[in-house]
Design a protein around this ligand. Structure first.
Ligand code: NAX
Length: 327
């Protein structure tokens, strides 16, 4: 047997936390042979609710779950942690300007980044889910100078999975027929789901759909899916977001399939003209526990414009948090 992996979940009492914790504890995050120790971080008012979730986790008698700690102290939550899932964030409320939102989240992600820097295990991997996810990841990264920058990532896997599902539905094929989907840029309405490199049954996806569908239906449907879920469900995506977080970490640790890739927001090395240092979504493979950006894809004029627009938004967010002294 292997020794337990410590997994920290912030915002553990929230709706994504509720959907995520049971799947981590049942072995879906790291695989069926890896025991896990959970650390739940919440704000003081929500610690009691997190304790309730922990009672339910106990009641599942999961064979792989070796312990649960609940705390409102980030230094305790990230002590020795191997996988940090940063889900808790400050949502945008009525009348809040973007600067206010970034500042409020800076107050969460800078201290959490510092706590990771000071206390996490040497192999720590961080996935930021809480929005604005890419920029929150940048804030946490910048507060953790001793942790390799590449360990800070943000989630676009839900967008990726949504894109696969929409395309599969349109072409009436199983999702397993679709490979090489890519989300570029920011986890926001400017994100670019790319069908020019995606393949269906081994053939380019863009050639199998109308241009007008691609441009006027597919892209906006994927980009605005979060709002459509809120409209229908009366609450934002939770189980699908938790599922995507599981997929992201599982692939990061265990690798992506040969011949395929996935999407993750990782620090840019300047590939495809994406400003170096921002945390932007790319086509990525995972090998030996590291993400690598897929190289050598031809980017046509349409895709170029879409990628540039989303990257410009990320650069603006970086300038804004710089201006606020958060990075
Ligand atoms: P909830 O409001 O249900 O839960 C958030 C939890 O975080 C609350 O229990 C709150 O007490 C806790 N929290 C707040 N500040 C904290 C802090 N400083 N430390 C620890 N815990 C803290 O939101 P939920 O629906 O679970 O969504 C969580 C985040 O995921 C939101 O920011 C949301 O926007 C984001 N999402 C990101 C997605 C993505 O694809 N990247 C998709 C789904 C989701 O919208």
């Amino acid at each position: 047997t292997t020794s337990p992996v410590t997994v920290t979940v912030t915002g553990a009492a929230g709706q994504i936390g509720y959907a995520l914790l049971f799947r981590i504890a049942s072995g879906h995050l790291l695989g069926p042979d890896t025991p896990v120790r959970l650390r739940l971080l919440e704000i003081p008012q929500a610690v009691k609710a997190a304790e309730g979730t922990a009672m339910e986790l106990d009641d599942c008698a999961f064979p792989l779950l070796t312990g649960i700690d609940i705390t409102d102290d980030a230094n305790v939550a990230f002590d020795g942690t191997n996988v940090a899932l940063l889900v808790g964030a400050r949502p945008r409320t009525k009348g809040m300007e973007r600067g206010d939102l970034l500042e409020a989240n800076g107050g969460i992600f800078a201290p959490q980044g510092k706590a990771i820097n000071d206390h996490a295990a040497d192999d720590v991997r961080v996935l930021v889910v809480g929005n604005p996810a890419n920029t929150n990841a940048l804030i946490a990264q910048s507060a953790a100078p001793d942790v390799p920058a590449e360990r800070f990532t943000a989630m676009t896997r839900l967008d990726h999975n949504r894109a696969i599902a929409q395309l599969a539905k349109k072409l009436d094929v199983p999702v397993t027929e679709i490979r090489r989907m890519t989300i570029w840029g920011n986890h926001s309405a400017t994100q670019y789901p790319d069908l020019f490199h995606a393949e269906v049954g081994g053939k380019t996806a863009a050639e199998q759909v109308d241009e007008s569908w691609l441009r006027d239906e597919f892209i906006p449907t994927v980009a605005k899916r979060g709002a459509a879920i809120i409209e229908a469900r009366g609450a934002s995506s939770a189980a699908s977001a938790a599922n995507a977080a599981i997929d992201h970490v599982y692939d990061w640790v265990n690798g992506t399939a040969d011949g395929d890739w996935t999407s993750a927001a990782i620090p840019s090395d300047g590939s495809y003209g994406v400003a170096e240092g921002i945390i932007s979504s790319f086509p990525v493979t995972s090998k030996n526990g590291k993400w690598e950006i897929v190289q050598g894809l031809d980017i046509d004029e349409f895709s170029r414009g879409k990628i540039d627009a989303s990257v410009a938004e990320l650069v603006e967010e970086r300038e804004a948090v710089k201006g606020l002294g958060l990075i």
